[in-house]
Unconditional design. Structure first.
Length: 410
């Protein structure tokens, strides 16, 4: 697979050309149209970093390096790389990803649910509004659209939404608890064009996972859902979260071993954040010691399994180390979130609303977000774990308020 990347939306780089070619597990680049050593270094550094970490899979001649990135090379990745260069070289804020809640309904009552406390006074977004919102996200530059909930598989029109995402523009994913991920539904998602599914798993111990999810059989549903998705030809990720206690208990190791046994491609470990169901739990957040343990365990797992499953952690993306400096806090930087009722928020874990996609365009809401004093600057670490940010914005939300809370009312 060979593709030329051009950058028509960056005036300063209109002459730049990068020929990206897949050579097995390695992607090679040929750069022309620039004499800037910094630009050449950045391009080589970017592709070199991904070549070093290795591929998860190969799709139609293009390499998959992460379930959060379009495959290399592809038209969707060319769009994403244009956004990356525009952001790093010229400090233009263009989002790469959006998570869109499409329903508030869910079969579970998870102890850590980030949606706990959110208002249910308004109906879920209609299909027409969701489809319009998806198109506005694509027009803004987004190259990764992830459908969340509640439980997104409870919407019968999910496949229609997935089909509205052109694979030449972006990849689409579904975050699911897998309870409804039957063989038939997995094939339906594949036929609709979904890039992959992210399945939630809280513990490698079946009884503990069921307890945390509030429903017997939840673990069995994950195991069956992974098998059904893989049999349908989908990329499969496992999403879990790290508390101080489970990090110190090396919870990642048995989860990774289980994922390797199942054939999972990638494991995402999010930091436990004091929001939703965890709002009043002071001891769940990671401290310096537990972060070091988690980081060490993730390195050990990646060395052990080499190719798949690959472990990525929020703790690394927020560490400010190496390539992670280009990532940092994703909110208002690389992505944003839209709730199932239309609220435009910085991320899924931040209970602050900047407006409603029913009445305002995604572009205007994004511009409102990135111009706000709390979000106008790139931040290396998660804002929701920053005591000063929480004191200024989160702690001031009146008790018993419908969430997300309008930031303009603070």
């Amino acid at each position: 697979m060979r593709l030329e990347y051009r950058f028509p939306n960056i005036p300063e780089l209109k002459k730049l050309s990068i020929v990206v070619e897949n050579k097995g597990d390695i992607v090679r680049t040929v750069i022309s149209g620039t004499n800037s050593l910094w630009i050449r270094f950045l391009i080589k550094f970017y592709f070199g970093f991904h070549n070093k970490i290795g591929t998860l899979d190969n799709l139609d001649g293009s390499n998959v390096y992460s379930m959060y990135l379009p495959p290399f090379p592809s038209l969707a990745h060319a769009r994403m790389f244009e956004v990356f260069l525009s952001s790093v070289l010229f400090k233009r804020k263009i989002p790469m990803a959006v998570t869109i809640g499409i329903t508030t309904r869910c079969q579970y009552h998870c102890v850590h649910c980030s949606a706990k406390g959110r208002s249910k006074s308004r109906p879920d977004l209609s299909f027409d509004v969701l489809r319009r919102t998806v198109q506005q996200c694509l027009d803004l530059g987004v190259t990764n659209i992830t459908f969340t909930g509640g439980e997104p598989l409870l919407r019968d029109d999910l496949e229609q939404l997935i089909s509205s995402v052109s694979p030449d523009q972006a990849i689409s994913q579904v975050f699911t608890n897998a309870l409804a991920l039957t063989p038939k539904r997995a094939k339906s998602l594949k036929d609709a064009g979904v890039f992959g599914v992210q399945i939630s798993l809280d513990s490698a111990d079946p009884a503990e996972h069921d307890r945390l999810r509030g429903l017997d059989g939840a673990f069995r549903a994950v195991e069956e859902g992974v098998r059904n998705a893989l049999n349908a030809g989908l990329l499969v990720g496992i999403s879990t979260y790290a508390t101080r206690q489970n990090a110190l208990s090396h919870n990642l190791i048995p989860i990774a071993d289980l994922c390797a046994q199942w054939g999972v491609h990638e494991i995402s470990i999010f930091d436990a954040i004091k929001t939703g169901g965890l709002s009043d739990q002071e001891d769940v957040t990671l401290d310096q010691i537990s972060r070091k343990v988690l980081h060490k365990d993730s390195i050990l797992v990646n060395k052990k399994y080499q190719k798949i499953p690959r472990v990525i952690t929020q703790s690394w993306t927020n560490s400010g180390s190496g390539f992670s400096r280009f990532i940092g806090c994703l909110a208002a930087n690389r992505q944003f979130h839209i709730t199932a009722q239309g609220d435009f928020t910085p991320c899924d874990f931040t209970p602050l609303s900047f407006g409603d996609v029913r009445t305002e365009s995604v572009k205007s809401l994004w511009e409102k977000l990135i111009s706000h004093p709390a979000y106008c600057q790139h931040q290396l670490s998660c804002r929701m774990q920053d005591p000063l940010f929480r004191e200024q914005y989160i702690d001031k939300i009146p008790e018993s308020s419908d969430l997300p809370y309008a930031i303009s009312d603070l």
